[in-house]
Design a protein. Structure first.
Length: 61
C-alpha cells in the first residue's frame, strides 16, 4: 500500500479543483479545443491519483 504524499492537502485540493473543471468543460459545446483540455486535465488527475493509495479518492458517476 502506498503512503500518502507529503504535500497531501495540496494534492487533494488540486484533485478536487481539476475534477470540477472537467465537469464544467463537459457541459460546454464539445469542440476540439475543449476535448483537448478535458484530456489534459484527465491525465493530470490520473497522475495525482497514482500518488495515493488505491481507492483513496472516491469515483463519482
Amino acid at each position: 500500500m502506498k503512503d500518502i504524499p507529503k504535500r497531501f492537502p495540496e494534492y487533494s485540493i488540486m484533485h478536487k479543483t481539476i475534477l470540477n473543471q472537467i465537469k464544467k468543460l463537459e457541459k460546454e459545446d464539445g469542440s476540439f479545443e475543449v476535448q483537448n483540455k478535458i484530456k489534459m486535465y484527465t491525465l493530470e488527475l490520473k497522475n495525482i491519483e497514482d500518488m495515493f493509495p488505491e481507492n483513496f479518492f472516491e469515483k463519482e458517476n
